[in-house]
Write a protein that binds this ligand. Structure first.
Ligand SMILES: [Zn+2]
Ligand SMILES: [Zn+2]
Length: 267
């Protein structure tokens, strides 16, 4: 089996690190990977205002051409060492489906492999970034009315993302599907969580999509689990839903993080 890390960020990420692209590639080579995908946060849809204080959730649209160009150069210079794929982590945002489709129609032909992720939830008339901070998470619970309502809204939007018509370049891999559990040690999941997430697995299975087996949660202070968490991972595995490992590295040294542990999560 090919050793692959398919969720990696870059210096184009304004909330990540300035580690150069080559540092990520060298780390992957050092750790014996055969292929990697760079999946920078795609520019947010036109008209959407980034709700986080530094407005740094994604790369700027005017950097996109240079992102594609740099990755094409990198692919060639490392061709004998490993395969490098060009990707994006595309946000699904309720109410911005058309803008997202327009973006994918326009730029999708540059992509080899991408991820569809949900980070922003609508609450009242604004959007909140689910995983930005414990405070933003707390605020979402407050606006939704309960943690159960938050999970319900998160899983509903995930299902909407899976079913959305986003055109021929729509990513078919769902990013960190249990991101709502990022602060689970501070805000325990409601008892209904597992059943809600199983309806997401239904949608993934129906569409024949794949899941990002994302190890970033293992590095988060209040999480200490993979996305999806172990019990859901097992359920997905039993259903035959394919996974693709992703470190979600925002610094070069995290490429391949916990790769060697993933088989234990499937036991
Ligand atoms: Zn990020
Ligand atoms: Zn993400």
């Amino acid at each position: 089996m090919l050793k692959r890390d398919a969720h990696i960020h870059t210096p184009y990420c304004p909330h990540g690190s300035q580690d150069p692209l080559e540092a990520y590639v060298e780390e992957a080579i050092k750790k014996g990977f055969d292929c990697i995908t760079f999946t920078e946060h795609a520019p947010l849809p036109e008209g959407f205002k980034d709700p986080v204080p530094q407005k740094d959730s994604s790369m700027d649209l005017d950097k996109l051409e240079s992102y594609f160009h740099e990755l094409n150069t990198l692919k060639k210079s490392y061709a004998s060492d490993l395969a490098i794929y060009t990707g994006l982590e595309v946000d699904f945002i309720r109410g911005y489906e058309q803008e997202t489709k327009d973006f994918l129609d326009r730029y999708g032909s540059n992509l080899d492999d991408s991820i569809l992720s949900l980070h922003f939830l609508k609450a009242d008339d604004s959007y909140i970034c689910l995983d930005y901070s414990e405070e933003s998470f707390q605020q979402l619970i407050h606006l939704k009315g309960s943690i159960h309502a938050l999970y319900e809204s998160y899983t509903n939007d995930l299902i909407a993302s899976i079913q959305a018509e986003l055109g021929p370049h729509k990513p078919t891999r769902i990013g960190h599907m249990t991101l709502a559990r990022k602060f689970q040690e501070a805000f325990p999941a409601p008892k209904e969580a597992e059943a809600l997430f199983e309806t997401v697995l239904d949608a993934v299975e129906n569409k024949g999509y794949t899941l990002d087996l994302n190890t970033a949660g293992l590095r988060k202070l209040k999480c200490h689990e993979t996305y999806p968490n172990q019990s859901l991972l097992q359920k997905a595995y039993q259903r035959g839903i394919p996974f693709v490992y992703g470190s979600d590295a925002h610094v070069a040294k995290d490429v391949g993080a916990h790769y060697d542990d993933i088989h234990t999560f499937l036991k």
